[in-house]
Design a protein around this ligand. Structure first.
Ligand code: F0G
Length: 491
């Protein structure tokens, strides 16, 4: 009997309740000629929505002028799709919201602290944990403890707040990331890797005594959300043991890094994200975390360490800058939500959908011919503003200009990650980073695929009129982390 006839008869039988065994109802589908793609989809459904204000061109032009052409200075109510950052913009799950209700707001020894500590120990494997209000709170304290004036801190590319805290403690950051990380077109699968030659040169020049630790970020933000490989990390662990140097892990996006290791390093294809994250952490001596990213909350962070002395010192200092060592500036409910968020972030389906959505946007932009950093990273799409606006010099702030144009076009808010973000050196001269990027950062579990379409189409529109886009002049420059509050006018 042909398959369709069998299924038809089976269907009739089932309606008449003649057969109860579901296995007998349908013949198995023959998959041999059905090689369709299997898409990822979000492993959640939406229980509550936040309504967005739709913006119009006239209001957007007014708003960006008032904001000094700096997207950080826009009011969020003037923004349609907010891709400024993936930091603190996550949608929490029903489990996290319900954990909020059991937050223990005791000043000292809160139950919620112990829940968070347990999650950090269980999932990341670090021995000691001290909460902080966010990542930079942890960076401040750890830099104060570990860095002496004159020290050198090698790292796989800088991050703005991390480097500033190193400098404020008297240290100097030294970039030891592989050259490919500075090339937007290099398709290297692990652009976050350390270049051992650069590291050895530093040790030869300064001696390992001057290097209190190596700062290793997982899924390097400023390189475009690019991962470090497990192989590179293992080699670094062996190397640092020989030289007696610590590794401090900026684990802000460790789960996204683990996803790439799972996809790209053969040894890890069948290992879970949770297992990979634990192994990554095991090669490091301590960590700073901005829980506002991977840990799926809106505020929070921590210091983690395996060293008792560092833990003791951090417990002393946290009281000065953040709060008692069992809350570190957080409410009990925040610590509960972090404990749940850490677990949820390590779910394989979550990470697949998370990075899948970013890749979807990246592929759309590539179809439109937009120059983006390759390969597509973990937390956003980084548009290459130098290639987008080749008629502008870096002193004319191409990424700043492009971010403003995208906002004007569609109300999509993005962020400059180029010469403005890079800031000035201690001697007052500008850093000129090779990468001049506009970051389209995707908040976790917040926007849909249709939003991604709208974003890509807007960038394509701006691309069509790119030759008419003028550069910027900085008319106000704050002393620290200037990108947050600088103001510009159009040239
Ligand atoms: N490290 C990395 C890699 C980060 O991306 C951030 C924050 C921090 C540390 C500091 O953490 O914000 O909690 O104090 N990045 C945000 C961003 C601001 O938009 O990329 P924080």
């Amino acid at each position: 009997m042909p398959l369709f006839l069998f299924n038809f008869v089976a269907c009739i039988l089932s309606f008449c309740n003649i057969t109860e065994d579901p296995k007998l109802l349908y013949l198995p589908i023959n998959h041999s000629n059905m090689n369709h793609k299997r898409s990822w989809a979000e492993p959640y459904k939406i229980k509550m929505v936040e309504l967005l204000k739709m913006t119009n061109l006239k209001d957007r032009i007014k708003a960006i002028k008032e904001a000094g052409f700096n997207t950080f200075l826009l009011k969020s109510e003037d923004v349609y799709i907010d891709l400024l950052t993936d930091s603190g913009t996550n949608a929490m799950s029903d489990q996290q919201w319900s954990a909020f209700m059991v937050g223990d707001e005791a000043y000292a020894g809160s139950k919620s602290f112990y829940h968070m500590e347990k999650a950090v120990q269980k999932y990341y494997g670090y021995k000691h944990m001290i909460p902080t209000h966010q990542g930079r709170g942890a960076e401040n304290i750890l830099s104060k403890i570990l860095i002496k004036p004159g020290d050198i801190i090698p790292g796989n590319m800088y991050f703005t707040t991390t480097r500033l805290h190193q400098e404020l403690s008297g240290g100097t950051f030294a970039d030891i990331i592989i050259d490919e990380a500075h090339d937007p077109l290099s398709n290297h699968p692990f652009k976050g890797n350390v270049d051992f030659q650069k590291l050895e040169d530093l040790i030869k020049k300064y001696g390992s005594d001057k290097i209190p630790y190596i700062s290793i970020a997982t899924n390097v933000n400023m390189a475009g959300g690019q991962p470090i490989s497990m192989a590179n990390l293992r080699e670094l662990r062996t190397f640092t043991r020989i030289h007696g140097i610590r590794i401090i892990h900026d684990m802000t996006r460790v789960a996204e890094n683990a996803y790439f290791i799972q996809q790209r390093e053969a040894e890890f294809h069948s290992r879970s994200i949770a297992e990979i994250v634990k192994e990554i952490c095991s090669y490091t001596d301590g960590a700073t975390m901005s829980a506002k990213k991977d840990a799926l909350v809106n505020i929070g962070g921590f210091i983690a360490t395996n060293e008792w002395d560092v833990y003791e010192e951090a417990r002393n200092l946290v009281v000065v800058y953040e709060g008692l060592h069992t809350y570190g500036g957080l409410a009990g409910r925040d610590m509960e939500a972090i404990a749940v968020g850490i677990r949820e972030s390590l779910d394989d389906n979550h990470q697949h959908a998370r990075v899948g959505q970013v890749e979807y946007l990246g592929n759309k932009m590539l179809e439109f011919g937009i120059p983006i950093v390759l390969p597509v990273g973990g937390h956003g799409i980084f548009v290459d503003a130098k290639a987008f606006l080749p008629h502008l010099t870096q002193d004319q702030f191409p990424a700043q200009a492009l971010a403003a144009e995208v906002y004007i076009d569609s109300g999509v808010r993005t962020m400059e990650r180029g010469v403005v973000s890079a800031g000035r050196k201690a001697d007052g001269t500008n850093y000129y980073p090779k990468l001049e990027l506009v970051r389209f950062t995707i908040p976790r579990r917040v926007y849909t695929q249709a939003h991604m379409d709208v974003i890509a189409e807007s960038v394509a529109n701006v691309y069509d009129r790119r030759k008419k886009i003028r550069g910027m002049k900085m008319v106000y420059e704050p002393k620290y982390l200037r990108f947050f509050q600088a103001r510009f006018t159009k040239l």
